[in-house]
Design a protein around this ligand. Structure first.
Ligand SMILES: Nc1ncnc2c1ncn2[C@@H]1O[C@H](COP(=O)(O)OP(=O)(O)O)[C@@H](O)[C@H]1O
Ligand SMILES: [Mg+2]
Length: 244
């Protein structure tokens, strides 16, 4: 297997807010790792530092055996295989589903290769029938799938999924979880940020919990969710760990 991503002593503050403090964790190749924690605990900030949106104040990020210089751009990180989705996807709303994916695929491929890759991804993501639909007309569920599909067009080694299940009903969620499994079977490692604990338990092999920017605990998802410290961290929050 081997390590794909290793984060060491990673910290960032915004003004007086210590958003992430001395964070250490790793992801092995092929894993689906859950990153959970209450709102404001630093999950999206962590993804933003790994993908290059924010530059850490201290600490290191090592990807596929190479330490990432803090100044490395988002585009260069994407070329290395670091992919992510957004809590609020921002597709090219006026373009078709096909063109949204094809445009991204073209960035690193010839036209013929990009067309082939786009077809492959449309099939994999269950979007083929919608390929001519303007993306602005998609349902929330399909918009999230398209965001994943666009990410796949960069041929990532890892996809960091930031709350891809939010706003979905149970059957849409089940379909989306199946898509996450399919993506993982393709050999893509997944960092899965999610509040719906059923989803975490059903798809993740391991979980880490953030609280106030710090690592609270780590382990097998079910064990982690039953940890009294984790339950306490969520109390008063938006998630009922026991019931979800
Ligand atoms: N760009 C920013 N400017 C100021 N504060 C920020 C910024 N991004 C995140 N934060 C703060 O960092 C903390 C962690 O936020 P975030 O990573 O979005 O949490 P989560 O994704 O776990 O809900 C919060 O207190 C948030 O307000
Ligand atoms: Mg977030």
């Amino acid at each position: 297997m081997g390590r794909l991503l290793e984060v060491k002593d990673l910290s960032i503050s915004f003004g007086g807010i210590k958003a992430v403090q001395h964070l250490n964790f790793h992801i092995d190749k092929g894993e689906v790792l859950a990153l959970i924690g209450p709102n404001g605990s630093g999950k999206s900030t962590t993804v933003n530092m790994i993908s290059g949106v924010y530059i850490q104040n201290s600490g290191t990020i090592t990807f596929d055996g190479k330490e990432i210089p803090p100044t490395m751009s988002i585009a260069q990180r994407a070329k290395l295989g670091i992919g992510r989705t957004f809590q609020t996807p921002k597709p090219f709303a006026h373009l078709s589903v096909y063109d949204n994916i094809y445009t991204i695929a073209l960035q690193q491929n010839t036209k013929a290769q990009a067309a082939e890759l786009t077809d492959e991804i449309l099939n994999l993501a269950g979007l083929y029938d919608l390929k001519d639909t303007r993306s602005g007309k998609l349902s929330i569920e399909k918009r999230k799938w398209m965001d994943l599909a666009r990410c796949m067009a960069t041929k990532p080694k890892i996809i960091m999924m930031d709350e891809v299940m939010a706003g979905l009903n149970p059957s849409e969620m089940e379909a989306s979880l199946e898509l996450v499994r399919t993506i993982n079977k393709e050999g893509i490692t997944v960092l899965f940020i999610e509040h719906v604990m059923k989803a975490v338990v059903s798809v993740c092999t391991r979980a880490i919990v953030l609280n106030q920017g710090q690592l609270l605990c780590e382990g097998e998802p079910k064990a982690v969710l039953n940890d009294p410290e984790v339950i306490a961290a969520y109390l008063g929050g938006e998630v009922d760990v026991a019931r979800n």
